[in-house]
Design a protein around this ligand. Structure first.
Ligand code: GLU
Length: 466
């Protein structure tokens, strides 16, 4: 039996949560969840100057909103600094690393000279092979002893075999002179200690993999499976940036995209399963594999995102949708839903969720539920309520008083009144819509009548008939 899968997302908390981080998290989540494995979260807060608690909160909120649940607690990389130092010293003891006493000035002088002589400016420390007896009593860093000839091959599940010439690797620093670990060391130690079996991350880390592999080798640790995924581009084929639109997870949440639609869209961004576009989490978990990840950058397609979100809203369970809608209104703070609003929204969800791509669109359709009498009539609604129409509505009102409050019966009553006036049901729908919602774009008049009920329907008609 092969070892259980363990994946992770390891964001650096240095700003907002980028949509690319969300996609990487999603891929790792799908891969682990589809295999009964574990998905872990590690906050890479080793860089104290750039890391902020606000950025960590944004990551935690983003993961929660997207529904990407992780196993156990989030791990703080910074808190593991002692362990990182311990590994650096172990590599030192085993002779895979060495103390380097070179000063910044000496390193700069080395580089300047190499440049002048047209040689590689990759720093080669004179301390690599120095006899420890010659070590001064001075600050030092610990560097890896990287191989200087031959090649390193990264067997990447997305990029294929990537060969790096070892003469292009420098002896990277793993522990600074103040005893703090570098990011390159911390990543490997943490991944090993957390039991990570698959490292799925952005291909901006591909070159790092060659250097990180040295640490695994030095420690005699098994290598994880690597999968470096291409970055996300904008529709114009350039790296996704603010120019193209929103890049932060919270911005998408704020625009009211449903999390399920977002997950579906992000899964399709750089990964495919045949021609499948619209799918559930369960399907994505079952289907997701590293072989389906494309080698070239994907392009963010806002239309496709909207389209999938619309399909997810329509396919959602009504109660779950109401819950998500409520969370959206609470977070946006623009609308307060009271219990009676919620009860009516629950009743009407079946007709609201058709053709709404975002929560603001859904709320727009729910205007007839949320608006209070007497309704404000927009221009089109006012135009629809001319004298003749008001007259017909005036006749309709008492008939509704006695009608049985079911779709067919209501259709019958309205059709009969329309017919009596030599007009079609469709002609009466405009004024009726105007009276019931104050607008011209709404769910069907019968749906509105059924949702708001007899008394409210009649009162709204009386309001406009005067
Ligand atoms: N902390 C890195 C980043 O945010 C990710 C490192 C990794 O996945 O190995 O880009």
């Amino acid at each position: 039996m092969s070892a259980p899968v363990v994946t992770r997302i390891a964001p650096s908390p240095t700003g907002y949560m980028h949509i690319g981080t969300a996609r990487t998290a999603l891929f790792n989540w799908l891969f682990a969840r589809g295999r009964g494995g574990k998905f872990l979260l590690r906050i890479e807060d080793t860089d104290r100057e750039r890391s902020t608690p606000e950025a960590t909160d944004a990551i935690l909120r983003g993961m929660e909103w997207l529904g990407l649940d992780y196993d156990g607690e989030a791990v703080s990389q910074f808190e593991r600094a002692g362990r990182h130092a311990e590994v650096a010293h172990e590599m030192l003891a085993k002779g895979h690393a060495y103390k380097c006493f070179a000063t910044q000035d000496e390193i700069q002088a080395f580089r300047d000279q190499a440049k002048e002589e047209g040689r590689s400016t990759l720093y080669r420390s004179p301390w690599r092979d120095a006899d420890p007896a010659t070590h001064p009593d001075a600050p030092y860093v610990i560097r890896m002893k990287a191989p200087q000839d031959g090649t390193t091959v990264i067997r990447d599940q997305v990029q294929g075999d990537v060969t790096i010439r070892n003469d292009q690797l420098d002896d990277m620093i793993v522990l600074r002179s103040d005893g703090t670990p570098t990011y390159m060391l911390a990543v490997v130690v943490d991944d090993h200690d957390m039991g990570v079996t698959h490292v799925i991350r952005g291909d901006d880390h591909l070159n790092n993999a060659a250097r990180q592999m040295l640490v695994y080798e030095a420690m005699g640790w098994p290598l994880p499976v690597y999968a470096h995924i291409p970055l996300i581009f904008g529709p114009d084929g350039k790296k996704l940036s603010k120019r193209h639109g929103a890049t932060g997870v919270e911005e998408y949440q704020g625009m009211g995209y449903p999390a399920a639609g977002m997950r579906n869209y992000l899964a399709r961004l750089g990964w495919s399963h045949g021609d499948d576009e619209f799918f559930s989490d369960a399907q994505a978990m079952e289907w997701f594999d590293l072989g389906g990840i494309g080698k070239s950058p994907s392009r963010f397609d806002f239309k496709k995102l909207e389209n999938l979100c619309g399909q997810h809203i329509a396919a959602s369970d009504d109660a779950a949708l109401l819950q998500e809608l409520t969370a959206f209104t609470e977070a946006s703070g623009e609308i307060q839903l009271d219990d009676s609003d919620k009860a009516l929204l629950a009743k009407g969800m079946y007709c609201l969720k058709e053709r709404a791509k975002t929560f603001p669109e859904l709320l727009e359709k729910a205007h007839f539920i949320l608006a209070k009498r007497p309704l404000e009539l927009d221009e089109k609604a006012q135009a629809a309520l001319d004298t003749v129409s008001r007259g017909i509505l005036n006749e309709l009102t008492p008939q509704l008083q006695n009608a049985s409050w079911e779709r067919e019966a209501l259709e019958g009553v309205v059709a009969a009144v329309a017919e009596a006036h030599g007009t079609k049901l469709g002609k009466l729908a405009g004024p009726l819509r105007a009276a019931l919602a104050g607008r011209s774009v709404t769910p069907s008049v019968f749906d509105m009548m059924l949702v708001i009920g007899r008394d409210e329907t009649i009162n709204r008609l009386k309001d406009v008939v005067g």
